[in-house]
Ligand binder design. Structure first.
Ligand code: SAJ
Length: 436
C-alpha cells in the first residue's frame, strides 16, 4: 500500500481515535467515522473526547493539516480499520452488533480490492463472520478472487496498547497480522509498517483473535493467583505483600499484585470470549474470572467487619478509577465496592474520593449516603479508610493523618508506614483489615 492511500477508521474510541491520528501522522489520508455526533464535532475541532497522554497535541496537528477528518457518514476508502466495541452479553457471549453495524455501512461503499481490518478484540471466528456478512451484503465481491469476482482482503490485527501509554505503544509494540488470505496479510502488514516499528508477526485470522484473548487471559489468571493469595494470607494472619516480595526473589517466580478486583474493558471481559468458545476446556480461565470478580465482596466484608458496632460510621473510599493515575472508571472494582458499601451501610456515610474526575460517576449519583470528597477531608472525617486505587496522590499524605483510623489497604500502598512487620506483624496503624 502506498503511503498516500485513503484509510477509513471506523469507531473513534479509545483505540480508533489514536490509531486514526497515528496513521494520519505517518502519511495516510484518514477519515474517522463515528456515530457520536458530539465526538465527531469535537475531534474536527482538534479536541479529544477522553484523556490519553500525548493524543491531543497530535490530533490538533493532523486536523489542522487536513490529513484527518471525522464524520458520521461512511465514505469509500482503500483500507478500513474497524475499532468498534465488542462487549459481552448477559450470558458472557460476545455482542457483535457493532461489528455487524460497521459491515452494513462499509458494504455499500466497496468496489473491490479494499483492505478491511478488524482491530476490535473479538471472540474466535468473528473476522470470518464479518467477512461472510460483507459477502452476503455484496455477492458481487469475493474473499480471494478465485471465482473471478473482485476480491476484498480481510484481516484481524488486534490492538494491544495499554491505556495511558497508547501513543507510545501504538508505534513500538509488536503487532499480530492475521489475514484470511496471504494477500490480506501482505496488505495489512504494509499498512501497519507505515507507522509501527515493532515486529509485524504474520498468522491467520483465528490465531490472531485467540492471541489477543490469550494475552489478556494470561494476565487475568496471574492476577487471580495474587488475589487468591491475598485471601489465604489474610486467613493465616500474614502479610501478602511481604509474602509475594519474598517469593519473587526466586529467579523463575514473578507474582503480580493483589487488589480490589480487576477492572477496565479488556482483562475483565476478554477471557469470557475464550470460555464461551470452549466452555468445557476453559476451567482455569473461568475460575480466574470468578476469583477476580469476587474480590470486591471480600473487600466489602472487610470494611463491614471494621465498622461493626459503630452507630454512624464514616467510611472514606479512596479511588474510583480501574487502575492508578487515570480517569477511566469503566468496569472499575473500586466503583463497585463503593456502591455496595453505600447499599450495605445505610446508617453511615461513604466519602468517595477520586482526584481524576470532577464528579461522582452515574453508578454513585443519587445515592443518599455517598458524598464526593477531597482526599484529606475524607480521611479526616472517616472512621475507616479503604484504599481502592494506588494513585500517586494517595502516597503523599501528611504524616500521622491515618493515626487512629482503621485502614483497609487493598493495594498495600501504605504498607511502608506499618513496617517493620516481618517478625511480629504489628502495625503502627490499627492492624485491622489490610488486603494481606
Ligand atoms: N491489576 C491488578 N494487579 C496487577 C496488575 C493489574 O490487580 O498486578 C488490575 C488493574 O488494577 C486493573 C486491571 O488489572 O483493574 C487491568 O489493568 P492492566 O493495567 O493490567 O491492563 P489494561 O486493562 O489497562 O490493558 C490490558 C493490557 N493487556 C495486557 O497487559 C496483557 C493492554 O496491553 C491491552 O491492549 C488492553 O488490556 C486491551 O485493550 O485489551
Amino acid at each position: 500500500m502506498s503511503e498516500q492511500q485513503n484509510v477509513v477508521v471506523v469507531g473513534l474510541g479509545y483505540i480508533g481515535l489514536p490509531t486514526a491520528v497515528v496513521l494520519a501522522n505517518y502519511g495516510s489520508r484518514v477519515v474517522g467515522v463515528d456515530i457520536n455526533e458530539t465526538n465527531v464535532a469535537q475531534i474536527n475541532r482538534g479536541e479529544i473526547p477522553f484523556v490519553e497522554p500525548g493524543l491531543e497535541e497530535q490530533l490538533a496537528r493532523v486536523v489542522a493539516e487536513g490529513t484527518l477528518t471525522a464524520t458520521t457518514q461512511m465514505p469509500h476508502g482503500d483500507a478500513y480499520v474497524v475499532a468498534v466495541p465488542t462487549p459481552f452479553t448477559d450470558n458472557y457471549e460476545g455482542d457483535l452488533s457493532y461489528v455487524r453495524a460497521a459491515s452494513r455501512s462499509i458494504a455499500p461503499q466497496l468496489r473491490g480490492d479494499e483492505l478491511i481490518i478488524l482491530e476490535s478484540t473479538s471472540p474466535p471466528q468473528t473476522t470470518r463472520k464479518m467477512a461472510e456478512h460483507l459477502i452476503e451484503l455484496r455477492p458481487d465481491l469475493s474473499l480471494d478472487g478465485s471465482d473471478g469476482k473482485p476480491a476484498i482482503h480481510v484481516a484481524h490485527c488486534p490492538e494491544r496498547v495499554l491505556p495511558g501509554k497508547v501513543m507510545e505503544e501504538l508505534i513500538t509494540n509488536d503487532r499480530i497480522i492475521g489475514g484470511m488470505t496471504p494477500e490480506a496479510t501482505r496488505r495489512a502488514k504494509a499498512l501497519y509498517a507505515t507507522f509501527c516499528v515493532g515486529e509485524l508477526l504474520e498468522t491467520d485470522d483465528v490465531t490472531a483473535e485467540m492471541a489477543k484473548l490469550t494475552e489478556n487471559s494470561f494476565r487475568d489468571v496471574n492476577i487471580a493467583f495474587a488475589n487468591e493469595l491475598s485471601l489465604i494470607a489474610d486467613r493465616l494472619g500474614i502479610d501478602v505483600w511481604e509474602l509475594i516480595e519474598l517469593a519473587n526473589h526466586h529467579p523463575r517466580v514473578n507474582i503480580l499484585k493483589p487488589g480490589p478486583g480487576v477492572g477496565g474493558h479488556c482483562i475483565a471481559v476478554d477471557p469470557w470470549f475464550i470460555v464461551s468458545s470452549a466452555p468445557e476446556e476453559s476451567r482455569l480461565i473461568r475460575t480466574a474470572r470468578e476469583v477476580n470478580d469476587s474480590k470486591p465482596d471480600w473487600v466489602v466484608a472487610k470494611v463491614e467487619e471494621a465498622i461493626a458496632g459503630m452507630d454512624v460510621p464514616v467510611v472514606a473510599a479512596l479511588g474510583l478509577a480501574f487502575k492508578p493515575d487515570i480517569d477511566d472508571l469503566r468496569e472499575s472494582p473500586a466503583v463497585e465496592v463503593t456502591r455496595r458499601l453505600a447499599r450495605d451501610i445505610p446508617h453511615g456515610t461513604i466519602l468517595a474520593v477520586e482526584p481524576h474526575v470532577a464528579e461522582l460517576p452515574p453508578a454513585l449519583q443519587g445515592l443518599k449516603n455517598v458524598r464526593f470528597a477531597e482526599v484529606l477531608d475524607a480521611i479526616k472525617h472517616a472512621d475507616v479508610v479503604v484504599l481502592l486505587v494506588d494513585h500517586q496522590n494517595f502516597t503523599r499524605l501528611p504524616k500521622g493523618i491515618l493515626d487512629g483510623k482503621t485502614v483497609v489497604d487493598t493495594k498495600g500502598l501504605w504498607r511502608q508506614a506499618r513496617l517493620p512487620v516481618p517478625s511480629t506483624h504489628t502495625s503502627t496503624l490499627p492492624a485491622v483489615a489490610t488486603t494481606r
